[in-house]
Design a binder for this molecule. Structure first.
Ligand code: ADP
Ligand code: MG
Length: 560
């Protein structure tokens, strides 16, 4: 029975493929034009979703790249062999995306949307300026021998290519890295992911497809001017189609393309003057009713988790020199010295406690160590490397891991994927260290049973455990824990303390910021007390906790 079902599915698939490829042979002019529209919007929407789906950076720059591709074809089309024209269009799209991406991908949320829209307008204006002042005519004629049939087949080839590339990207570590960035860019950076580079790379890839689509489409118009090639409606249509179908999966966008191409066809015929208004209304409806697109109705499919480094070991062995040396580190926020000339060293295998009233600069100090913040002055050496000036992902890859005071997991990713993110770009396991797989790490922190659960479904304490497992997956030499035990009930606290003790037994070096004094006493050989940014006492826990300066600081401070 299943055999029969499978065979008939294969036959149906094959028949559909043949019907799609042979479409120009039996479709007449109007239906062929419709087919062409479906294909070019499929490429644009799929390429758009390749970048914007996982990162959630809503780009309105689609038409900038599409138009540049079309113009490249208009300029070169009559004098240059067609494959070269396509490559040139791809190159123009890629270079423009690289230049603009470097400046815009630092923006987030609405700022990116606005900038991407402005970018499309800017490029359109530049092209107009060039055409008017240099070329001395706004439009260009492109006479080519490309028939509608050939145009259709070129688009079909490009469609196949965009799906192939999208599929490969989804299976690669860059696909998971991109989703991690979309879920929590800060956490992703501290897991060793170079967010800027990954985003830029995929943005360029996506723009390349858009530019090639523009080049392939150019001969369809014969006469090309900026109003046609850079029509901003195209950018909006692509966003609507991708969101309707579901931008989070490879085949989502095409599910939005087909009905909307038909709808837009009807609308331009019946309501040409109100087209933009209707477009806007559809946009709002889709975002309100189907935030995850049509494909979201079917539930997210199981995803492939790239293996990354096959095994992760933490506590890589190092020699006996101080693992971390902090010298005179300060950090000011517009006049406020949150950290003021802090110096200390940490020996391998040690657990150091950092205590102090709220607002005394503990988190800020950890942020300067992990690269979340750049110190205003002072140096930080980690196993011989100067960290000052390195970015978060570089520090993470050196084996300095952290958790966050306000827990940060990647909510849309599964528990296993959260852990996998930290192994995507970390150095392969050294032969000397003990190897720990992602699954073993989850067992270690007590999350073994939650492997495939989305992280957002975890309880608060389980999210803290997951964060720890993700940090351990970096195979760190040094772990920074920022109030990791805060908010736990007494029995959870006991388990938590035992877990940290176990990590120390395995040779991990730890700096823990903590308000729970029992934990400090149980775990730390040495601790540092901060107040108003400075270190006011250091020594064994019992010693410093009875120091009158420390008692005064806590009484003068607040709750803790
Ligand atoms: P702790 O972790 O010891 O409670 P923090 O390091 O979070 O203290 O904060 C130290 C001081 O720095 C506080 O006065 C806080 O308001 C200030 N601060 C922390 N982060 C920032 C920031 N990003 N911008 C401005 N001020 C900050
Ligand atoms: Mg803090």
């Amino acid at each position: 029975m299943t055999m029969l079902v499978r065979t008939s599915l294969w036959c149906a698939g094959l028949a559909l493929a043949v019907a799609i490829v042979a479409y120009p042979l039996y479709a007449n002019g109007y239906y062929l034009a419709l087919g062409i529209s479906v294909l070019y919007f499929t490429i644009l929407a799929t390429a758009w979703a390749m970048f914007s789906g996982p990162t959630r950076y809503i780009s309105l720059a689609t038409v900038a790249f599409f138009g540049l591709g079309a113009y490249t074809a208009a300029v070169l089309g009559e004098t240059t062999p067609w494959p070269v024209v396509l490559l040139a269009a791809a190159g123009v799209g890629a270079v423009t995306a690289a230049i603009t991406g470097l400046s815009t991908l630092r923006l987030s949320g609405i700022y990116f949307v606005i900038f991407s829209f402005g970018l499309a307008e800017l490029i359109r204006q530049l092209v107009i300026w060039y055409e008017v002042n240099i070329h001395k005519s706004v439009g260009r004629y492109l006479f080519s021998a490309v028939t509608q049939d050939i145009l259709y087949w070129q688009l079909l080839g490009l469609t196949a290519l965009v799906f192939l590339v999208g599929w490969l990207l989804g299976r690669s570590r860059y696909g998971l890295a991109l989703r991690a960035i979309g879920a929590d860019e800060t956490a992703a950076s501290h897991s060793g992911i170079d967010a800027t580079r990954v985003k830029l790379g995929v943005f360029i890839l996506s723009a390349t497809f858009m530019a090639m689509t523009g080049a392939v489409m150019a001969p369809r118009w014969t006469y090309i001017d900026p109003a046609i090639a850079f029509n901003p409606t195209i950018s909006f249509q692509v966003v609507i189609m991708a969101l309707l179908g579901g931008a989070g999966s490879l085949f989502g966008p095409v599910l939005g393309v087909i009905p909307l191409v038909l709808l837009f066809e009807v609308l331009t015929a019946t309501l040409p003057n109100h087209f933009s208004i209707v477009l806007g209304i559809i946009f709002v409806l889709i975002v309100m009713v189907l935030p995850n697109g049509v494909i979201g109705l079917f539930g997210a499919g199981r995803r492939h988790v790239p293996a990354g480094a096959p095994a992760a070991a933490f506590a890589r062995t190092m020699d006996d020199a101080p693992l971390l040396a902090v010298e005179g580190v300060s950090k000011s926020f517009s006049g406020l010295r949150a950290v003021d000339g802090v110096s200390f060293t940490v020996a391998p295998g040690e657990i150091i406690g950092i205590i102090g009233p709220n607002g005394s600069g503990k988190t800020t100090l950890l942020n300067t160590l992990s690269g979340a913040l750049r110190p205003s002055s002072g140096t930080i050496r980690f196993g011989g490397t100067v960290l000052t000036g390195l970015r978060a992902h570089q520090i993470a890859r050196l084996g300095l891991a952290r958790t966050f005071q306000l827990v940060r997991v990647m909510p849309d990713l599964t528990v296993a994927e959260n852990v996998a993110t930290a192994r995507l770009f970390s150095a392969p396991a050294s032969s000397s260290g003990s190897d720990t797989t992602g699954r073993e790490l989850l067992d270690l922190v007590g999350l073994g049973a939650m492997h495939d659960a989305p992280a957002r479904e975890l309880t608060y304490i389980d999210q803290k455990r997951l964060e720890l497992a993700r940090a351990l997956a970096l195979r760190p030499h040094l772990m920074l824990l920022d109030e990791w035990l805060a908010g736990l009930n007494p029995s959870e606290l006991e388990t938590g303390i035992a877990l940290i003790a176990k990590l120390r037994e395995r040779g991990l070096t730890i700096i823990m910021v903590e308000h729970v004094m029992d934990a400090i006493r149980a775990l730390c050989g040495h601790c540092i007390v901060m107040n108003a940014g400075s270190v006011i006492a250091r020594g064994a826990p019992d010693e410093v906790l009875s120091d009158p300066k420390v008692v005064a600081a806590y009484l003068g401070g607040d709750d803790a």
